[in-house]
Design a protein around this ligand. Structure first.
Ligand SMILES: NC(=O)c1ccc[n+]([C@@H]2O[C@H](COP(=O)([O-])OP(=O)(O)OC[C@H]3O[C@@H](n4cnc5c(N)ncnc54)[C@H](OP(=O)(O)O)[C@@H]3O)[C@@H](O)[C@H]2O)c1
Length: 255
């Protein structure tokens, strides 16, 4: 059975990926993963492809185990894996609670890596993996420190994974967008210091990020930025000492 797996499918970018897969790929089943079951059911009803719902909290280790069990049972071939589940919190490291800190690392880093590991035996030549990182991962970001650090981790992991899987003909990309119009901001502002980042200008639509990044992944791009701002951030982080982008960001986030 040829399947696709999308985490974070109940909202924003993950949901846009599910719709894009439905439009552009031929699969036997699309597996949708997130905590909000009602949202996943609604999406499944809307899509043409047969969907299987996994209402799972990916911060819990048992969740990836459940997915591993389903893969084994179906002996599925994973045509596309998209790890889009993730969240950020505005605020300095000291503003975040222990639970926020733990969950962010657990979801943005551990869950993405663990689900990818579980899927590895089920990927084959031509399979595709998109790990949703962020341009926040290009440089350290005071006031959004932990989130940026989790995305830097995922970006490094994804780049090396691409090399490791190249011999098997598997296309792996790190997707590093700028602000996107999703529920991300609402979640990020629900913290003790929501004003740590005052504005999120020039946000783009999740549909365009999903469509663009899936096309660029097909072309084999390692890191997909998709726009002049994240591209400039990427180049800046390569060419300048980290204190320069950090100083620019410090000014921007307070405006
Ligand atoms: N929006 C931006 O500006 C932006 C920019 C760059 C990168 N990104 C990245 O893009 C990805 C998608 O975010 P988004 O912008 O689409 O935000 P979003 O609308 O808030 O979606 C986040 C998704 O993650 C899921 N999720 C959150 N906690 C989870 C958990 N414990 N277990 C399972 N699923 C969980 C949510 O589903 P449930 O709540 O139903 O579980 C939701 O489907 C994230 O990795 C984010 O870091 C976002």
């Amino acid at each position: 059975m040829r399947i696709g797996i999308v985490t974070g499918a109940s909202s924003g970018l993950g949901r846009a990926y599910a719709r894009q897969i439905d439009k552009t790929m031929k699969l036997d089943e699309l597996w949708l993963v997130a905590r909000r079951e009602d949202r996943l059911n609604r999406l499944a009803e809307e899509l043409n492809v047969r969907c299987r719902i996994f209402p799972l909290d990916l911060t819990r280790r048992e969740s990836t185990e459940e997915l591993r069990g389903a893969l084994e049972e179906e002996q599925a071939r994973v045509e596309i894996l998209i790890c889009a589940a993730g969240f950020g919190k505005f605020g300095r490291a000291e503003d975040l609670t222990a639970a926020e800190t733990d969950d962010m690392i657990s979801l943005n880093c551990r869950a993405a890596v663990e689900l990818t590991r579980v899927c590895l035996p089920y990927l084959d030549r031509g399979s595709r993996v998109l790990e949703v990182c962020s341009c926040a991962g290009f440089q350290p970001l005071p006031g959004m420190n932990l989130y940026a650090a989790t995305k830097a981790f995922l970006l490094r992991y994804t780049r090396a994974l691409r090399w490791e899987l190249a011999g098997r003909g598997i296309l792996v990309s790190a997707v590093c967008p700028y602000w996107i119009k999703t529920e991300f901001m609402e979640v990020a502002r629900n913290t003790s210091h929501p004003e740590a980042v005052r504005h999120t200008p020039f946000a783009v639509r999740p549909e365009s990020v999903a469509a663009w990044s899936m096309s660029m992944n097909r072309l084999g791009l390692a890191v997909i930025t998709g726009g002049p701002i994240p591209l400039a951030m990427r180049l800046g982080s390569k060419l300048l000492p980290s204190c320069v982008p950090m100083a620019v960001w410090e000014g921007m986030r307070r405006m």
